[in-house]
Design a protein around this ligand. Structure first.
Ligand code: SAH
Ligand code: SF4
Ligand code: F3S
Length: 450
């Protein structure tokens, strides 16, 4: 086979980033060269997201750009992977003539076959969802910085929130084996990685031969105490006390929980099929704060879900004030074909959705700013990730609560070091600090963190 250059662009969530690494692993194994330069590519793949209408619009726009590359290179193979591939299937090839292959998230093993077909001038479509595929045996080709890695621990989602396409694009829930996850983290630790994020659409429903997500976290935490462990995302319904105690027991399990609330109104939560009440949600937050000292939270919020009233919207703002999230991902409701909510009338008009969303964003900005201001003078531990984005005279690191901290460049401090710092300045997004000393995470205990 002639050696071809493959270029991949990734959209959407962290699961998609992790999947791109699996795809690259598969292709590199088959002798393809991976390139970061689209102009050098013989194959251009877009790993896509369907979560909201504007996510798909972006991909269509990008396909328009890529078309001009095809004009210069008529044999260029163009493929769509990921959630749009799964959602739109053949329609993508019919509607977008420039697309040669469409491969959904459970069919990546067959990608080399589809690329060959495309080189022969035929369209390739692989969109079967699987009840078992977890890619456990495959080694991802990591594009990261050698410090932080994603490890997918489960695929799919069975929750069927009424607004969400994920159960349709990713199929049924299935978990990787505990042993395969632990062994991947061992490999990463050996290579010098210091920060691992375990990924799934709902990691709390992880289950492998009677071992739940808390068991998995505990097993991963003891691989190497110098490796910090994070996870995303948790659904409030299956959040167990056992998980909270596990986080509190292991110094390298980060004191940070992403717990999407979506809305503060019980009526809307029910229409969303989120399967919890706001009271239950707040109980989890309260328990977590008791069990894990200095735990922080982030969330996802949707504004303008069908029938959302001004009172419902106020209830969401109220929950934000009550929990005081460190961060939030905030979205306007976007109707997705095939979901239950799609059959409800999208009756909150665009202007109202926008107004409510900006009120939500403003509230979060204010809270984030206040929280960060309150950290002034606090000592905390950060993992140095490299130079700051803005200047090579500063280094950037992250607290275990996922906040970025900027420190002045110092000769003896490098990427991968754990440093104790004291916060001296704060904005709503970034903290600035003085260096106290280098530390060894293995000797550190759960302690006051920023
Ligand atoms: N599995 C995760 C969420 C994955 S999608 C969880 O349940 O926590 C990420 C976020 O996108 C969701 O939490 C939700 O806030 C948002 N989202 C999903 N579908 C949406 C839609 N149709 N319109 C607007 N936002 C949506
Ligand atoms: Fe979507 Fe709900 Fe599943 Fe999250 S839990 S992926 S929002 S269906
Ligand atoms: Fe998007 Fe699919 Fe992730 S729809 S958010 S890429 S699971």
């Amino acid at each position: 086979m002639q050696k071809s250059n493959v270029y991949i662009e990734t959209y959407g969530c962290q699961m998609n980033l992790a999947d791109t690494e699996i795809v690259q692993g598969i292709l590199a194994n088959k002798g393809y060269d991976l390139t970061n330069n689209i102009k050098k590519a013989d194959v251009v793949l877009l790993n896509t997201c369907s979560i909201r209408e504007n996510a798909e619009q972006r991909i269509y726009g990008r396909l328009g750009n890529i078309k001009t590359l095809r004009n210069k290179k008529p044999n260029l193979v163009i493929g769509i992977l990921g959630c749009m591939a799964e959602r739109l299937r053949e329609d993508l090839v019919t509607d977008k003539k420039i697309v040669d292959l469409v491969v959904g998230p459970d069919e990546y093993r067959r990608l080399p076959e589809f690329i060959d077909t495309a080189f022969n001038g035929e369209k390739g479509i692989g969109v079967k969802l699987s009840k078992t595929e977890t890619y456990d045996d495959l080694v991802p080709f990591r594009n990261d910085d050698g410090l932080s890695a994603w490890v997918s621990v489960m695929r799919g989602c069975d929750k069927f929130c009424t607004f969400c396409v994920v159960p349709f694009t990713r199929g049924r829930e299935r978990s990787s084996s505990l042993e395969s996850v632990v062994s991947e983290v061992e490999q990463l630790a050996k290579k010098g990685y210091k920060d691992v994020t375990l990924l799934g659409q709902n990691v709390n429903s992880y289950l492998d031969n009677g071992r739940d997500f808390a068991d998995l976290l505990a097993a991963v935490a003891v691989v190497d105490r110098n490796v910090r462990v994070r996870f995303s995302t948790s659904h409030p319904q299956d959040f167990s006390d056992k998980l909270l105690y596990t986080i509190s027991e292991h110094p390298n399990l980060c004191n940070y929980i992403h717990l999407p609330v979506q809305s503060g109104s019980n009526r809307i939560l029910e229409l969303m099929n989120r399967t919890y009440t706001i009271e239950h949600y707040l109980t989890i937050i309260e328990k977590a704060r008791k069990i894990i000292p200095d735990v922080t939270f982030s969330t996802d919020i949707i504004s303008g879900f069908p029938t959302e009233t001004y009172e419902d919207h106020l209830a969401t703002l109220e929950v934000m004030r009550e929990v005081r999230y460190d961060g939030a991902y905030m979205f306007k409701y976007s109707p997705r074909e095939g979901t239950k909510a799609y059959r409800m009338e999208d009756d909150v008009d665009e202007a109202t959705k926008s107004k409510r969303l900006s009120e939500i964003i403003d509230e979060q900005q204010k809270i984030s700013y206040e929280i960060n201001q309150s950290l002034m003078g606090v000592e905390t531990e950060i993992l140095i990730e490299g130079f700051s984005k803005k200047s090579n005279e500063f280094l950037a690191g992250r607290t275990d609560t996922n906040k970025t901290v900027i420190i002045p460049l110092k000769e003896n401090i490098k990427k991968g070091d754990y440093i104790k710092v004291k916060i001296n300045k704060a904005t709503s997004g970034t903290l600035f600090a003085d260096v106290i000393k280098k530390i060894d995470l293995t000797k550190s205990r759960k302690q006051k963190t920023a």
